[in-house]
Design a protein around this ligand. Structure first.
Ligand code: G3F
Length: 577
């Protein structure tokens, strides 16, 4: 069994090249559906030409034992592609660029909730004799968490378990953090500035890729006129318009950041693998000697021996792996912050539509559209890019605001309205840094009625949240909601069903602080270089490293911190020689 070989997103030329070689060898290729992937028609036709039959609308190529010999000479190359392509940012797929609402389902499918209290399994309407838990039963349903008090849960927190992680579907928003969002960061100011600049480069951040969009221009101009002095600009995004077709963009993801790195023979990717724990040396426990990993396909354990270890499994997964490794500094999982989200969608004002029809700067595009679609009542070309506008964090309005279209796991429009007129408003609020706001994994920090034998669905210690918004947080949220209503009303009317609302806690997916960096081992997990306090060769990475409360999207800050961390790994490796 050679396993699956993926052609996903292999450049067209190379894809057909391999395809024809394989066809010459007379091997028969059977395609098997792969969730979330579709081929655009062009690629599909080419495949059909080469293989004649057997193509479904997906990209995975399967071949059985008897074709192994024919394939053998190409396997190393195909495997290399296969590993590389697991990383792809899924919204680079044309299907989702054409229909952003369809992408909501991809995100929903990718997100796996973290702590689901068993109370959610009570079925109050279950009549008859079906089994339902009694008051005294403690429910140990696989993956559910009897320790989770729903009142302090981050119910919408979720993780993406795939190579490339959340980067396979993230929004790519990369604003610069405001000074108030980096007060606890132990990295000196000017150094952090230059790291943030480097992060911008790695993430390919641009603020001008939506300049040509009519909607972007009118929304931005309207907001700038109504709210002068708030620094309204285009949203900095990890994105670039494609050179060969300006209609589409390339979003940044692990694939664009790592580029050729993955082709380095020293790079090995273990998919479908759980990192169980790091194993520390017996004497003193001051360094890791190996990582214990489990191949989830056959439940076989293996050890990985390295000189340096970096745990970067997300803001919940990283402290989870450390906890399971017996690395449990006081601050682990604590000082957790998550953002509140106020959300609504509006339909643009009539006057805005009239303005677009009459504005000379849009005349050429509008004329062209009218000519092609004389019955369309709207003056907006179907391929006009969505608005991507930001109201940045400020002392007076300490929230991060995105005025855009982003079908995240919510906010699809479907047949409700003409999507060209819909604008989403997302306001992200901070949370005070409090030690007691936490995610915990086991008895050391567990409540008294601790139930043993509870693990997450992967057999790891179950994450339990204890997060509350303080009075100051709630008052700030209230002001933020008021601000959102004012801003929304300036642009249009609320889309029924998407009226102003606070979203479920955790939905921002921006947890910070759980493995925070700092100089004091009592209040942080790692030093300013992300090296875990007290350990010589273990580093952490990801949003958990951020020691501050942030309103804006944390990725750029995490990447900045990680660049410094990477330099310290290199320095450590050199010191061994
Ligand atoms: C998006 O619009 C933001 O840009 C993300 F950062 C955020 O995680 C998401 O919404 C959550 O709803």
């Amino acid at each position: 069994d050679i396993g699956d070989v993926m052609f996903t997103q292999v450049p067209e030329a190379e894809r057909t090249h391999h395809a024809s070689k394989l066809a010459e060898e007379g091997s028969k290729i059977v395609y098997k559906p792969h969730p979330g992937y579709t081929l655009d028609n062009g690629a599909r036709d080419k495949h059909e030409q080469h293989f004649g039959t057997g193509l479904l609308d997906h990209r995975t190529v399967y071949c059985g034992q008897k074709h192994l010999r024919a394939l053998e000479p190409f396997l190393p190359e195909l495997r290399a592609f296969s590993e590389f392509n697991h990383y792809d940012v899924l919204h680079n797929i044309i299907r989702y660029q054409k229909d952003i609402d369809a992408f909501v389902n991809v995100i929903k499918g990718a997100l796996q909730p973290v702590s689901v209290p068993p109370s959610d399994t009570y079925i109050s309407t279950l009549g008859g004799d079906g089994w339902t838990p009694s008051l005294t039963d403690v429910l140990i349903t696989e993956g559910r968490n009897p320790h989770q008090d729903p009142r302090v849960n981050l119910k919408a927190t979720a993780v993406t378990r795939t190579v490339g992680g959340m980067a396979t579907h993230w929004t790519c928003a990369c604003p610069m953090p405001h000074a108030e969002e980096r007060v606890n960061n132990p990295i000196p100011r000017s150094e952090l500035d230059s790291l943030l600049e480097k992060a911008k480069g790695l993430l390919n951040v641009h603020s001008d890729q939506y300049n040509d969009s009519i909607r972007n221009q009118v929304v931005r101009a309207e907001l700038q006129k109504r709210f002068p002095g708030r620094g309204i600009t285009d949203l900095p995004l990890g994105v670039e318009r494609r050179k060969d077709n300006k209609r589409y963009v390339t979003w940044t993801g692990a694939d664009t950041v790592l580029k050729d790195t993955v082709k380095d023979p020293r790079f090995k990717l273990l998919t479908e693998t759980r990192v169980t724990r790091l194993v520390l040396n017996d004497l003193g426990g001051d360094h890791a000697v190996c990582a214990l990993v489990r191949d989830l396909r056959n439940d076989r354990d293996a050890i990985v021996v390295a000189k340096a270890y970096v745990v970067a499994c997300g803001a919940v997964g990283t402290p989870q792996v450390l906890y399971n490794s017996g690395i449990r500094p006081l601050s682990l999982g604590r000082h957790l912050c998550e953002q509140s989200i106020a959300f609504c969608q509006i339909i643009l004002n009539r006057s805005t539509v009239e303005y677009i029809s009459a504005a000379p700067q849009f005349a050429e595009k509008v004329e062209k559209h009218k000519k092609k679609y004389p019955n369309d009542p709207l003056p907006l070309p179907f391929d006009d890019a969505e608005p991507q506008v930001m109201i940045p964090y400020s002392e007076d309005f300490p929230g991060h605001v995105q005025v855009h279209r982003d079908a995240f796991s919510y906010g699809d429009v479907g047949p409700k309205a003409d999507p060209r007129l819909v604008v989403d408003l997302r306001f992200f609020g901070k949370q005070e840094v409090k030690e007691e706001n936490s995610v915990s994994f086991g008895p050391a920090q567990a409540p008294l009625n601790w139930v043993p034998g509870v693990t997450d669905i992967y057999g790891m210690p179950q994450a339990t949240f204890n997060v509350q918004r303080s009075r100051a947080d709630l008052e700030r949220d209230q002001r933020m909601m008021q601000d959102m209503v004012t801003v929304a009303n300036s642009l249009g009317s609320f889309l029924p069903g998407s009226e102003p609302q606070f979203m479920e806690p955790g939905l921002a997916l921006h947890i910070t602080g759980t493995t925070r960096i700092g100089n004091d081992p009592k209040t942080s997990v790692a030093d300013p270089s992300s090296k875990v306090h007290g350990l010589k060769n273990v580093w952490v990475g990801g949003n958990g490293c951020i020691p501050d409360s942030m309103a804006c999207n944390p990725t750029r800050t995490s990447v900045a911190i990680a660049i410094k961390g990477a330099a310290s790994v290199i320095e450590y490796l050199h010191s061994l020689n």
